[in-house]
Design a protein around this ligand. Structure first.
Ligand code: GTP
Ligand code: MG
Length: 374
């Protein structure tokens, strides 16, 4: 029967009085054992305590297992060359999607609502007999988080700067993302086909952002490109492959896969479709996966460009995948485990963790109001 006194509440639930008092003090409420507790507050307190206990039980399992998967050292003999992951970053409308379309011979830009990219896209293609993974990100200011995600999976950033527009706010933001990720930047000075553009202006602006063009003695490669005429595309590709050669990106295809979710959604009867990039190891149909607070067994994977079904996906490969129970968060890391129960438990403990976080937000608000009356 509620409302009731804290004494009655504690007797009924078996939660020690001291714990309830501490909980309330944590919210800045000095209560005593005779304080009245209403239904809503009682539920919040109960929920908070359960979940706190739950979380502790799972913390160790998750920490140990995931850390060991993340940090397992690869044997030198297992390492093979992997495709460089090349991400297009830059201000809205500077031509990221057009350049990528032109490079791989597709036309995505035509189908985009309002010509604005709102998704993060990733494809592996073969170029000059070598695999390269390209990631396209949106340039609109609303999509900071997506650019950050793109920068986080990348090996090389292509900073797309429209020659007629120069460095703009999201170009600057992209520069900081790439610098924070510690990856080399290649500049595509795009729309160089336009009449009367002055490349010197954009290059001077670049210098002000510590990106000195190599033709001016710096170490930033600047390629004049046009997605419209195809100018500079071969040179851009060559430059990217040269940077990749310098860095020798390698991975171990024989370990359990791990990587990151770029985006995910619930698609009617098809279930959850998640776009993942494998960063190390090989992901296979049937593998047990935990990704953020989702888990499942890989039911099917398809190539992100051709939609061809894939039985396995090695390092640097982006895939569209089904089999997860709920859509993971964009940016969540994924790991392959050997035990579905473990995967479920880790996913559940993370789900509880995020519920506790959001609940405690609610708790503070509700309870302050509730207890003002005491
Ligand atoms: P967001 O994804 O929305 O940030 O834009 P984006 O950087 O992907 O630009 P997008 O490829 O959509 O191109 C924007 C506009 O610029 C389109 O109308 C393209 O046709 C045009 N455009 C892109 N590249 C070039 C180029 O090299 N020359 C000229 N003249 N126009 C270009
Ligand atoms: Mg675009």
């Amino acid at each position: 029967e509620l409302p009731c006194s804290m004494r009655d509440f504690c007797e009924a639930t078996g939660v020690p009085v001291a714990q309830v008092l501490r909980f309330m003090m944590g919210m800045g409420v000095m209560a005593n054992i005779n304080a009245t507790i209403d239904q809503q507050t009682a539920e919040l307190i109960a929920a908070d305590m359960d979940l706190t206990i739950d979380l502790k039980a799972h913390e160790t399992l998750e920490d140990e297992l995931i850390t060991s998967l993340e940090e397992a050292e690869d044997e030198e003999a297992d390492l093979v060359t992997r495709a460089p992951i090349v991400t297009f970053l830059g201000h809205v409308d500077h031509g990221k999607t057009s350049l990528l379309d032109a490079l791989i011979g597709i036309n995505v830009v035509k189908g985009e609502a309002g010509g604005i990219t709102q998704h993060i896209r990733a494809y592996t293609v073969e170029k000059d007999g070598r695999a390269v993974t390209f990631v396209d990100t949106p340039g609109h200011e609303a999509f900071t988080e997506m650019r950050a995600r793109g920068a986080n999976v990348t090996d090389i950033a292509v900073l797309v700067v429209a020659a007629d527009d120069g460095i703009m706010p999201q170009t600057e933001e992209a520069i900081s993302h790439a610098k924070a990720a510690g990856v080399p930047i290649v500049v595509a000075l795009n729309k160089s086909d336009l009449e009367g553009v002055d490349p010197m202006r954009a290059m001077t602006q670049m210098t002000e952002h510590q990106l000195t063009p190599s033709e001016w003695g710096g170490d930033t490669e600047v390629v004049r490109t046009s997605a419209t005429t195809g100018m500079g595309l071969d040179e851009l590709l060559e430059t990217l492959l040269t940077v990749a050669d310098l860095h020798e990106y390698r991975a171990n295809p024989s370990r359990k896969a791990l990587g990151v979710c770029l985006e995910a959604e619930q698609q009617g009867d098809r279930g959850v479709i998640a776009k993942l990039v494998v960063q190390n190891g090989t992901l296979r149909v049937g593998d047990i996966l935990v990704c953020g607070s989702s888990h499942g067994r890989v039911r099917a994977m398809t190539d992100t460009l051709t939609n061809a079904p894939l039985q396995e996906a090695g390092p640097s490969t982006p895939v569209n995948l089904t089999g997860l129970d709920i859509p993971p968060g964009a940016g969540d890391r994924f790991h392959v485990l050997s035990d579905i129960t473990q995967a479920r438990e880790i996913a559940a403990s993370r789900e509880h963790g995020s519920r506790t976080e959001s609940l405690s937000g609610v708790t503070t608000k509700v309870s302050f109001e509730t207890f003002q009356e005491l």
